[in-house]
Design a protein around this ligand. Structure first.
Ligand SMILES: [Zn+2]
Ligand SMILES: [Zn+2]
Length: 163
């Protein structure tokens, strides 16, 4: 069973704005810094495969590089060098669909765009508090085939946990 992920369509594929810029814009519109804090919004890259338009498969709240299968570390904290590691995510306001399923909820293992594609460009929004601690993370997905966009993780709260 698929969780209700709201997909929107970005600009026409091949159009002037088509590309990871779309998903950065989606996150800029969806995420706010807390007072005194700051936001870092970036296109996800792979430490092994490098930058550029790296594509990811998404499963249970984690994103895996299609080239080398290494996860981004969204669910455990590897996603950012300054972040507490390991961490866990807690829903803030809106539940985090796949990583913290509620009672009886079947997580959407493999989110798909409305056209059925399951490989995405990924962008991250990292929200830092005024003291520099990472407080929240949001993840946007963009289908490289048809430019469909969704907010996959909606401002989950980052909580440090013991290693
Ligand atoms: Zn890779
Ligand atoms: Zn698609």
């Amino acid at each position: 069973m698929d969780h209700e992920i709201a997909w929107t369509h970005g600009p026409t594929p091949g159009g002037p704005c088509a590309g990871p810029e779309d998903v950065l814009r989606l996150l800029r519109g969806a995420v706010r810094a807390e007072p005194g804090g700051r936001l870092e919004i970036l296109v996800a890259e792979c430490g092994m495969c490098g930058s550029g338009e790296v594509e990811f498969e998404v499963a249970k709240g984690e994103c895996f590089c299609v080239g080398c299968c290494i996860p981004l570390g969204i669910s455990d904290g590897y996603a950012h060098p300054d972040a507490p590691y390991p961490w866990r995510l807690e829903p803030s306001g809106v539940p985090l669909p796949p990583a913290s399923p509620g009672p009886g909820y079947e997580p959407s293992d493999f989110p798909r765009c409305p056209a059925g594609h399951d490989v995405f460009h990924v962008a991250l929004a990292l929200a830092f508090a005024a003291d520099g601690a990472l407080r929240g993370i949001s993840v946007g997905l963009r289908c490289p085939e048809d430019a469909a966009l969704c907010l996959y993780v909606d401002n989950a709260r980052v909580v440090a946990r013991a290693a």
